[in-house]
Design a protein around this ligand. Structure first.
Ligand code: CA
Length: 224
């Protein structure tokens, strides 16, 4: 999943990006409201971490703007302002969660996991399909209780498809959310195909894989 970090404090932005990168998120950093607006206009993100005290605007205005543009990212407001009024305003404006600085990185991560579960209606820790079970929390794919070895990106690809089940995801969408936003000339459509092919090969060693379909001319769909 990919994350836009909107934070003018360099050291915090760097720390967040490094931590999230280790947790297999792709991150981009915007240091001003203007930079964030530009990135939000051209890219799609799964999460936006939004500092309210930006040098050129109020983060709450950016939140209002993002909501007006119907961006689909989950927005977590980060702020030094502890005031209840700001917190309420942020949530009223459509933020998905709120963290007051200083916050712990593991807490941020567990809130991100909670938002993912809420958004995708994943009630149970394991998502079952046939003899497979996908454990999002521990980043494992199990077949009859035994771990199936997948690369980091294969796991990300599979879980992204499973979370967005019954929807066609284009190759470009998959690339953006799993590898991050590439420069336009860096995008190759057969890149995803190669990874899907490997994933299929690994999983069909265990069982047929009727859930994962190639949708001609469009992309891929995981039907559950
Ligand atoms: Ca700030």
């Amino acid at each position: 999943m990919n994350v836009l970090i909107v934070e003018d404090e360099r050291s915090l932005a760097k720390e967040l990006a490094f931590f999230l990168y280790q947790q297999n998120f792709q991150c981009e950093v915007a240091r001003t409201g203007h930079e964030a607006s530009e990135l939000l206009a051209v890219n799609t993100y799964d999460f936006v971490l939004l500092d309210l005290g930006l040098p050129d605007c109020d983060g709450l205005d950016l939140l209002t703007e993002a909501k007006a543009q119907e961006i689909t990212a989950a927005i977590i407001v980060l702020t030094a302002r502890g005031e209840v009024a700001d917190r309420i305003r942020g949530l009223d404006l459509g933020a998905d969660d709120y963290l007051a600085k200083p916050f712990s990185l593991p807490e941020l991560l567990s809130r991100m996991h909670a938002i993912t579960r809420r958004r995708f209606g994943v009630a149970k820790p394991l998502i079952q399909f046939g003899e497979f079970a996908l454990d999002l929390q521990n980043r494992q794919l199990l077949h009859q209780g035994q771990e199936v070895t997948l690369s980091v990106k294969e796991f990300d690809l599979l879980s992204y498809l499973v979370l967005h089940k019954n929807r066609v995801l284009t190759r470009l969408q998959l690339t953006e959310h799993i590898w991050g936003n590439l420069p336009e000339d860096g995008y190759e459509s057969n890149y995803i195909d190669a990874h899907i092919k490997n994933l299929r090969k690994k999983l069909t060693r265990y069982s047929e894989l009727p859930w994962l379909e190639t949708v001609r001319g469009l992309g891929y769909r995981f039907s559950l």
